[in-house]
Design a protein around this ligand. Structure first.
Ligand code: GTP
Ligand code: SPV
Ligand code: MN
Length: 597
């Protein structure tokens, strides 16, 4: 049986790459699929897979008049988000994975997972999915091959990456590709593992069919393995959106921003400025991941390694994010949203009336007024970036875009002010390193608990967090024209638990201040924490219907809150032990001295 599979892997293969063929044959011998299908990324293949997915119940076709080319997928209710407690970094030494990652010894992990993968594809098809992370042919672009028994994964990878023949052609005979193996298995959370082997450029994922656990190019390769490679090779793999903001004068500034999962990257990257900003334009380069490296002119250049968006659905509407609404109007896969009687999709926070009756995300009847959510809070859309009305032409540029500012932003109901600018790069790294954020539905576990999420990378850093922060500090030496660093918080709440700042399009007001600071146009006010907008010549609040006290509250810095914040930061730094970078400890001391002084 095994040798037949090995032979089949080679016979039908559209490549002669010996390393790839040998690896596919070896994985097939272990998993024993009935069939091996090499994916070419063609339209015909998409149609064939879609028809089959509809037939086997994986996809439900939506109304072709209201949602042309769109489908609904319902995942297993036990499998609706990333599983951080089942995600492992498998390095020979435990210290290399660091205190913020789960660790398994590589041989032990291979042995354990081999037992699960052994024969798991019997009666099933193994798809061989070659894909590129980054524009085809780009110097920063990386190739991966994902072997999977899920047609849903193939259809998603087709949207999220440059998938198929083109990626295989780019690989040629090279052995430099990420080896990804995935099986949905029996979707049993007790037999679910997402294992990364940075030294082998390998990812094994078993027992899930959901998003970040299984679309291996995304969090697993582009962030966990990517961050590991970035440290070795002198670049940064980050959980960041990338946008271009063009002023009425035609000056474009590129900005990268790290917000934790479900904290506003997609929304910020596609924002439409308010009407007071006639002539300003925002264009999206990326909405989730940035790979950044020093360019020949001394600036830091960023590419978006992805080709699509796997975005949060709830809360998306024509007021908050019209560009996302356009993006998901066609050729989109919806996961875990509700179904309307006329074959459209619905979610909490969608425009219009709440429908009287729906089929909820689990396929059960749902009535208006129900206390249960109709769509899962982490329901997602998968849409090609080419659907985005404000897609930047640079999204396909292998060189990427020069970054002038980096923003760090968490979800904090208190403590962190609307915006501030770091005093310098080291202080900016300190702001990123000490980021806290309230947990969201993007990962399983309790929602709304503040945790340290340095640079929004806590779940995605593929090596020791202390080394990662040191790498950020070290990058200063290789970037002569450093981006300026900022911190923002859209999520501060009033006494009644309501967001104070209107957010979404109005975030343009903060963005304009950042652009003006970067271009050296506005004066600023120094505070204990950093530079903030001045009362005069500060934020443009024209047309904003917000009382002065609210602005005051959103931007306030309260010393008692900062004293407890510093305690929480201390716990985090203690966790890093001797790997807590000295420069950051000094930043901490300076801040304490300022607060105590
Ligand atoms: P991942 O894809 O998980 O990495 O998330 P993301 O950072 O791209 O988050 P996204 O933009 O999808 O936003 C997540 C949630 O935050 C949605 O429910 C949004 O409606 C909400 N949100 C985004 N921006 C703002 C904002 O400026 N203010 C408020 N109050 N909510 C926002
Ligand atoms: C995130 O959780 O940050 C995401 C969604 O972008 S997932 O791909 O599922 O990780
Ligand atoms: Mn993300």
């Amino acid at each position: 049986m095994a040798s037949t599979q090995a032979a089949a892997a080679t016979e039908q293969a559209p490549t002669k790459n010996p390393t790839l063929l040998a690896w596919v044959a070896k994985m097939a011998a272990m998993t024993q699929p009935d069939r091996i299908v090499w994916c070419d990324g063609s339209e015909a293949e998409k149609q064939r897979l879609t028809e089959q997915a509809v037939k086997d119940g994986t996809l439900i076709p939506l109304n072709p008049k209201t949602r042309p080319g769109c489908y609904l997928h319902r995942s297993n209710p036990n499998d609706v988000a990333r599983v951080e407690h089942l995600t492992f970094i498998c390095t020979p030494n435990k210290t290399d994975a660091g205190p913020t990652n789960n660790w398994m010894e590589p041989e032990a992990a291979y042995t354990k997972l081999s037992q699960l993968f052994e024969g798991c594809m019997k009666g099933r098809t193994m798809y061989v999915v070659p894909y590129a992370m980054g524009p085809l042919g780009g110097a920063s672009t990386k190739i991966g091959v994902e072997l999977t028994d899920s047609d849903y994964v193939v259809l998603n990878m087709r949207i999220m990456t440059r998938m198929g023949k083109a990626a295989l052609d780019m690989l040629g005979d090279s052995d430099d590709f990420n080896r990804g193996l995935h099986s949905t298995g029996d979707v049993n959370p007790d037999r679910r593992y997402i294992c990364h082997f940075p030294q082998d450029n390998t990812i094994w994922s078993f027992g899930s069919g959901y998003g970040g656990n299984v679309l291996l190019g995304k969090k697993c390769l582009a962030l966990r393995i990517g961050s590991y490679l970035g440290r070795e090779e002198g670049w940064l793999a980050e959980h960041m959106l990338i946008l271009g903001v063009t002023s009425p004068k035609g000056e474009t500034t590129y900005i990268a921003a790290a917000f934790p999962s479900a904290c506003g990257k997609t929304n910020f990257a596609m924002m439409i400025p308010p009407k007071e900003y006639a002539g300003w334009k925002i264009e999206t380069v990326g909405d989730d991941i940035a790979w950044m490296r020093p360019g020949p002119d001394g600036r830091l250049y960023a590419i978006n390694p992805e080709a699509g968006y796997f975005g949060v659905v709830p809360g998306t509407n024509y007021k908050t994010n019209p560009n996302a609404m356009e993006t998901i109007s066609k050729d989109t896969l919806f996961t875990n949203v509700a179904l309307t009687p006329d074959g459209d999709v619905w979610w909490e926070g969608k425009d219009g009336e709440v429908p009287e009756e729906l089929i909820d995300w689990q396929g059960k009847p749902w009535k208006k007024g129900s206390t249960e959510k109709a769509a899962h809070p982490n329901s997602r859309f998968t849409a090609p970036m080419s659907n985005n009305p404000v897609l930047s032409a640079k999204a396909n540029d292998p060189m990427g875009v020069p970054i002038s500012a980096i923003i760090f932003g968490g979800r904090r109901s208190n403590t962190v002010p609307l915006v501030l600018q770091a005093f310098n790069w080291t202080h900016g790294v300190f702001l990123g390193a000490t980021m806290g954020s309230e947990t969201t539905a993007a990962a399983t576990g309790k929602v709304g608990v503040v945790r340290r999420d340095p640079m929004a990378m806590l779940p995605f850093c593929g090596y020791h967090m202390g080394d990662y922060l040191q790498h950020w500090l070290d990058m200063q030496k290789s970037i002569p024209q450093l981006p300026k660093i900022f911190q923002v918080n859209w999520f501060r709440q009033d006494k009644n638990g309501k967001f104070i700042w209107p957010g979404f399009g109005d975030n343009m007001r903060v963005l304009e201040w950042i652009v003006n600071r970067v271009q050296g146009r506005v004066p600023t006010q120094e505070t204990l924490l950093g530079w903030v907008p001045r009362q005069d010549q500060g934020l443009n609040l024209n047309g904003l219907d917000l009382p002065a006290e609210a602005i005051q509250e959103a931007t306030s810095i309260k010393e008692d809150e900062w004293k407890s914040e510093l305690k929480s930061q201390e716990v985090f730094f203690e966790q890093l032990g001797t790997k807590a970078p000295e420069a950051l400890m000094l930043q901490r001391k300076l801040l304490i001295a300022r607060l105590d002084g």
